[in-house]
Write a protein that binds this ligand. Structure first.
Ligand code: TRP
Ligand code: SF4
Length: 333
């Protein structure tokens, strides 16, 4: 069966951009019958959060809850925590032996993020080696497909180069994983810029209906539409940008007409947006409530998933040690 693997860094709680851009695709792949491995990349979170890692555990737990509430099913997908599968670290160290430093230094994501997070000192060995650990995450499960956003393509290309080099040096062991880009609508935040935790413009999966309305109600609209009777232009309106991501096309056309003719006001338009957001969020909220009522269930699911992941990872590591001709002293590893 074709195997899919992906991970997310627990550096915040998930917002609608994360949902439409990634999590929803993960659920769809599970529904399409792929063998899916999804993990919480807590070691990768530490590459940028090492100076204050105190919130990472909280974000891990919230992430697991959001995943389950959004429809990832532990019966069908292996849901696990990276740091519970120590084999990732073992493969990381072996892959680091064969990865030229120049490959890592020229990685565009590396340069960009260092620029973006200027307030953090990212001149570390761990941050430079981020893509090697990511390669280990992927190759240890011999994944065929990796659902990621375009920002991750350079990392995936590095994984493929590392796999090729490994196969060339030690014999064919790893399939070269392919990215699985699913087009998803761009999700703007409530200020019209890209939805992002750092812009403080995000709507989180865990936001209550009240909080969501309080974020939508004061949104800036077409600034030319000052009075209820002025016609507006949806092209110039951040509310409409959100409609593009969440409101079905036929309904959207109605809104365009209503806006351009001043047949209805911005508050009506925002209420319609709220309703469409809630169609997505309502089932997630219900899922979250059920899980919050049974706290130990989430832990059990992640522990069990990590146990299953470890089994697969151990199997690959035996092959890897053999391929490298390491001195294997005992049958139990
Ligand atoms: N780098 C990914 C991100 O920031 C997270 C990640 C870590 C990952 N290991 C992975 C994604 C392996 C896919 C496969 O989104
Ligand atoms: Fe924006 Fe809707 Fe108001 Fe038109 S009616 S300006 S699209 S909020």
């Amino acid at each position: 069966m074709r195997r899919v693997l992906s991970g997310m860094r627990p550096t915040g709680v998930l917002h609608l951009g994360n949902y439409l851009g990634a999590l929803k695709n993960w659920v769809d792949l599970q529904e399409e019958g792929y063998e899916c491995f999804y993990f919480i990349a807590d070691w990768h979170a530490l590459t940028t959060e090492y100076a204050d890692p105190s919130e990472v555990a909280y974000y891990c737990r919230e992430m697991a809850i959001d995943w389950l509430a959004a429809g990832l099913d532990p019966e069908r997908s292996v849901l696990f925590l990276q740091s519970l599968v120590l084999e990732h670290a073992e493969l990381n160290i072996l892959l680091s032996m064969i990865t030229p430093v120049s490959w890592l230094e020229r990685n565009p994501t590396y340069k960009e993020i260092r620029q973006e997070l200027k307030d953090k000192d990212l001149a570390t060995y761990g941050f430079l080696g981020y893509p090697v650990l990511q390669a280990a995450d992927i190759l240890i499960y011999k994944a065929h497909y990796v659902p990621v956003g375009v920002d991750q393509l350079p990392h995936l290309e590095l994984t493929r180069e590392i796999a090729r080099r490994f196969n060339y040096l030690y014999g064919n062991l790893f399939p070269e994983p392919k990215p699985k880009l699913t087009e998803s609508p761009k999700v703007p935040g409530v200020d019209g810029r890209k939805m992002s935790k750092s812009y403080e413009n995000a709507i989180y999966l865990s936001d209550s209906p009240r909080v969501i309305w309080d974020k939508i109600r004061p949104m800036v609209t077409d600034t030319q539409r000052k009075r209820r009777t002025d016609p507006g232009d949806p092209e110039k309106c951040p509310v409409f940008d959100l409609h593009r991501a969440f409101t079905p096309e036929s309904k959207r056309e109605e809104l365009v007409q209503g806006c351009k003719t001043a047949a209805f006001g911005c508050i009506d338009c925002k209420k319609a947006l709220y309703d469409h957001l809630m169609e997505v969020l309502e089932p997630i909220h219900q899922g979250r409530q059920k899980l919050e009522a049974r706290p130990s269930l989430v832990d059990e699911i992640i522990l069990e998933g990590s146990r299953r992941a470890r089994e697969a990872a151990r199997h690959t590591m035996e092959e890897v040690r053999r391929a490298l001709k390491l001195w294997t002293l005992s049958a139990e590893g």
